[in-house]
Design a protein around this ligand. Structure first.
Ligand code: X8Z
Ligand code: ZN
Length: 605
């Protein structure tokens, strides 16, 4: 006798209908998912609004309210996902089958069925993001406090190792109090994921890619192997140049100390371009300086981004975008400054949340974020289940693809630059881009290599920090800075929780999407440049103003996640495979140049 049958014996007459052994019909499945879509849409929109208020005004109250609505929406999704298993094995039409599949995969965190644990988990996640958002380093009392924006500015501009170390250590200390919560979060998130049928929370994240999770891990390995030689060459070149600057603090053939690379997480290195610029091929301009020289304000920066999309044939952003977004850091309250793009009602109330500063870096980030917003608008006519990107790497890649079109010639068109440097400066331009895009690749990979192992239990809490730095060394070839006076590479302790000093770890945002995006954006760029008829080297192609490129991009965006990502990729790039040949082609002249520079010098760590 089936379990269902046993329960049936004790059922009331009224409940008997639930206990029949009759197989549900495909029509019932269709009705079920249509109904669930509508109910979840309401819950998710409410959750989004509460989350918006919390992120733009962090207080205990907004944190509590937002956690409550998170919990409500997540618990409902979990419940519907469980209910949907009754349609397992049924022959359904393709659309219904995909919607039901996506329902089970839609969460980045599944709450456990115990209401107390469910509440605890959503509270912890809201709290960790709040701790990150409020994080400050106050060396000499409240007046001396520096937030992440202040400390990041030091990391990018200072060349004084002592100052760099202080800013780096000051920020990383904000994560120490998160460690205990993070341990509990891992336990509870795993519990929720297991109740949904996944091995652990990391397995749930890996299941979202329209292929077997093991096959996905294999794809990552393949892509990384394609680009690793380029990274290793860049690393060796940068290390040699930093050694000229900082002497023995940078080892000749070991990992580079993390605080010397111009960025709090050593994830993008373009801020140290002036230290490593090639003598004869420096294009001689700096985007931050150009923006400042023209007195560009935040609104103009966002307008430049919007205009790019409009030039491709997209509609301008709605008035509500300008009214409801957060563009600047408020002086009177705590906010989460980490940039993000929002789709509040899933039908056009798109917003940007960012603490814009007038820098080249933020100019690029604005394009990144608007890529999310234009994607959101393009797929909004789809049924609610399909209002997302083909896979999460696609969402992250769109704005970056546009930013690859910010060429010197394009800056001349905007009136920001007087004259584009000739092709003899291409190595400088490519090196600048490589410090941004090639340096990022192993970082994009490492965050979730670490988290997946944490969720699977392979990394226990007492080894969180040690393994974090082992992986950072293995993939990125970097080491933690030592305490003042000590040699670089002195180990950090387990009282530190350095992963938590990165937003996405504190806020439960999966990270492999950025690694994928780094590869995909070059595939997109190559395909769109081709559509625009650009024959020149890829780094000089801009699709600005090209409607053919725009409609090719839009054809992919408007699909949302209605079809497996392989089909979306085919639509834009004519291939079903993620492939690093585009990024390698783009940087091929630089690879050759780097290898010449590195000749006779140590390579690797
Ligand atoms: O988090 C972001 C965006 C929002 S989706 C600002 N990025 C990653 C990061 O900052 O670590 C963009 C590049 C990588
Ligand atoms: Zn993004």
């Amino acid at each position: 006798m089936t379990i269902r049958g046993v329960v049936c014996l004790t059922c009331s007459v009224a409940a008997l209908a639930c206990c029949t052994t009759r197989k549900p019909t495909p029509e019932e499945a269709r009705k079920f998912i249509d109904d669930v879509e509508q109910k979840l849409l309401v819950l998710n929109v409410d959750q989004g609004r509460a989350d918006w208020v919390k992120s733009t005004y962090i207080t205990d109250d907004t944190e509590t309210l937002s956690a409550k609505l998170d919990e409500r929406a997540i618990a409902a999704t979990v419940e519907y996902a469980k209910q949907s298993t009754r349609f397992d094995g049924l022959k359904l039409d393709a659309e219904t089958a995909r919607k039901i599949k996506l329902l089970k995969l839609s969460l980045t965190i599944a709450t456990p069925s115990d209401p107390k644990e469910s509440e605890e988990l959503t509270r912890i996640v809201a709290g960790m993001e709040g701790t990150y958002g409020k994080g400050k380093y106050c060396p000499g009392g409240p007046e001396s406090c520096k937030d992440l924006e202040d400390l990041s500015k030091i990391l990018s501009e200072s060349r004084d190792p002592k100052q760099l170390l202080e800013a780096w250590s000051g920020w990383h200390a904000i994560a120490r109090p998160m460690r205990k919560d993070f341990v509990r979060y891992v336990e509870l998130a795993n519990k929720g994921a297991r109740q949904l049928g996944f091995q652990d929370n990391g397995a749930m994240w890996r299941a979202k890619y329209d292929m077997a999770p093991e096959a996905f891990a294999g794809e990552l390995e393949r892509l990384w192997e394609q680009v690793r030689p380029l990274y290793v060459s860049l690393h060796a070149y940068v290390r040699a140049r930093l050694r000229e600057k900082y002497g023995d603090a940078v080892p000749a053939n070991g990992p580079i100390p993390a605080h010397l690379l111009g960025n709090m997480w050593a994830q993008e290195w373009d801020n140290i371009y002036p230290l490593v610029a090639p003598a004869n091929a420096d294009p001689g301009y700096d985007l931050t300086a150009l923006l400042k020289k023209r007195h560009t304000d935040w609104k103009q920066m966002v307008k430049y981004g919007e205009n790019f999309f409009v030039s491709l044939g997209f509609d301008p952003l709605p008035q509500t975008f300008w009214e409801r977004s957060l563009f600047l850091k408020p002086k009177d309250r705590e906010v989460v400054c980490h940039a993000s793009a929002w789709d509040i009602d899933m039908v056009g109330d798109v917003r940007l949340k960012m603490c814009i500063q007038i820098t080249g870096e933020d100019f690029l980030t604005i394009h990144h974020e608007l890529g999310h917003n234009f994607y959101q608008r393009a797929y909004s006519p789809q049924p609610p289940s399909f209002r997302d990107s083909a896979n999460d790497g696609f969402h992250e890649a769109v704005g970056d693809t546009i930013a690859l079109s910010i060429t010197p010639e394009y800056l001349v068109k905007l009136g920001l630059l007087d004259k584009a440097p000739d092709t003899s400066k291409d190595i400088g331009l490519l090196l600048h881009r490589a410090l941004e895009k090639i340096a990022f690749l192993p970082f994009g990979l490492v965050i979730d290599q670490w988290r997946w192992k944490v969720f699977s239990g392979e990394i226990p809490p007492e080894k969180y920090n040690q393994t974090w730095w082992e992986l950072r060394q293995k993939y990125q070839g970097i080491a933690p800075p030592g305490p003042a006076g000590a040699p670089a590479g002195a180990p950090r302790g387990e009282e530190d929780f350095d992963p938590g000093a990165k937003y996405h770890v504190a806020a439960n945002v999966p990270y492999m999407r950025y690694f994928l995006a780094d590869i995909l954006q070059f595939q997109f760029h190559r395909a769109l440049a081709q559509a625009a008829g650009c024959a020149g080297p890829l780094n000089r192609c801009s699709i600005f103003g090209d409607k053919a490129a725009g409609s090719r991009l839009n054809a992919m965006l408007e699909m949302g996640q209605s079809r497996p990502w392989q089909e979306a990729l085919e639509k834009i790039a004519g291939t079903r495979e993620m492939d690093a040949s585009a990024i390698r082609d783009y940087f091929a002249p630089l690879q050759k140049w780097l290898d010449e520079q590195n000749r006779g010098k140590p390579v690797g760590w």
